[in-house]
Design a protein around this ligand. Structure first.
Ligand code: ADP
Ligand code: MG
Length: 339
């Protein structure tokens, strides 16, 4: 296989983009000119960017590059779905040191292309640079939404129901498991990592999906959430964003927070209350949204959506209610069950 220095920047871009097919009619011009061109006709456009740095956002000692490419795309388009919009194009910019051979960059793009295929998005451009050390990936997604369908963080009203998709805390449990096994391996490279039986939380951490299906479901049942956000930094922090932007209070119930069996199992093993994984963990990329009570029956048919509480007046504050009825104030960081 040729080396990157033999290929040069243009050769590399050509090679990485050779199999790309344009799937969306809104993509007029993709890779290959000075800029991409899109045409959204009468729709509104949403734009979002993420920057991922090696050592800060990912650890290549346990993240396979293909998974990392996939994740870089899914976490980015999760923000588009959180606006009730449909992602259509992405750009991907990368910088990498000479520690990365062509195979590594191709693996990364295999994951990126896989996510594009699965979510029907066009990779329409990017930038490529060398770096002094490590890998940096920046993804920008562009999506479309009907003007009257866009959902912000600021529309929640008292008595609205607070809903969350899927389950929470799994990605953080997966990260803790990987970090634990890395320490064990560093201390004694003879010992094989003990990862069996934890497929679910590992997948939640390494290969998260964006909740396209939930946005499609809400469209199908004709429910427009009053507010919405994706769960990237843990439930506490996302709830507080909604409270602050919507000028309202939050009341959720500990027992209602959906947590997967594997997450509970791992939490028990490391003696941490699973609710803490859900509240303070992160990277679950589920959707947190509020609906008016009149939409409850329509939403209730989905086994993938759980009502965890309701919106109150701002003066009532933000609380999580424990199973014994104790009211605990929700804090952005360091939500502490024992307080
Ligand atoms: P310029 O010098 O005008 O910035 P480039 O040579 O960087 O152009 O890019 C040429 C084309 O390849 C552009 O369409 C650009 O968007 C695309 N491109 C460059 N780097 C990447 C990348 N890492 N992934 C996808 N497309 C890329
Ligand atoms: Mg460029």
């Amino acid at each position: 296989m040729a080396s990157i220095s033999e290929l040069g920047e243009f050769g590399l871009i050509k090679r990485l983009s050779k199999d790309i097919k344009i799937n969306n009619s809104s993509t007029i011009k993709g890779i290959g000119d000075d800029a991409a061109v899109t045409d959204y006709k009468n729709k509104q456009t949403v734009i979002t960017t993420d920057l991922l740095l090696e050592g800060i956002h990912f650890d290549l000692s346990f993240s396979p590059l293909k998974h990392l490419g996939y994740k870089a795309v899914t976490v980015n388009i999760s923000d588009v779905y959180a606006m009730n919009a449909i992602p259509k194009q992405i750009t991907v910019s990368i910088a990498f040191s000479n520690r990365f051979p062509l195979e590594a960059i191709e693996e990364l793009y295999e994951g990126i292309n896989l996510a594009c295929k699965k979510y029907n998005i066009d990779l329409v451009g990017g930038d490529t640079s060398s770096s002094v050390s490590g890998l940096t990936i920046s993804v920008t997604a562009i999506g479309e939404v009907d003007k009257e369908k866009v959902v912000y963080r600021n529309g929640a009203k008292p008595n609205d129901l607070i809903c969350v998709s899927g389950d929470l805390g799994g990605a953080y449990a997966g990260l803790k498991l990987l970090q634990r096994e890395k320490e064990v391996f560093k201390a004694n490279p003879e010992v094989q990592p003990e990862l069996t039986g934890y497929d679910y939380i590992l997948e939640r951490q390494l290969k998260p999906e964006a909740r396209k299906d939930i946005i499609e479901f809400l469209e199908k049942i004709d429910v427009k959430p009053t507010s919405m956000i994706d769960v990237s930094d843990g439930l506490s922090s996302e709830l507080l964003h909604i409270a602050e932007e919507s000028n309202c209070g939050i009341r959720i119930y500990d027992q209602k927070i959906p947590i997967a069996e594997d997450t509970n199992k791992f939490a028990e093993e490391v003696l941490i209350v699973p609710t803490i994984f859900a509240m303070n963990g992160g990277e679950d990329y589920e959707l947190l949204f509020t609906i008016s009570q009149s939409d409850y029956e329509k939403v209730d048919v989905s086994p993938d959506i759980t009502v965890i509480g309701h919106i109150t007046e701002q003066s009532k504050g933000n609380f999580i209610i424990a199973s014994d009825g104790t009211e605990i104030e929700i804090e952005a960081q360091g939500w502490n069950h024992t307080k």
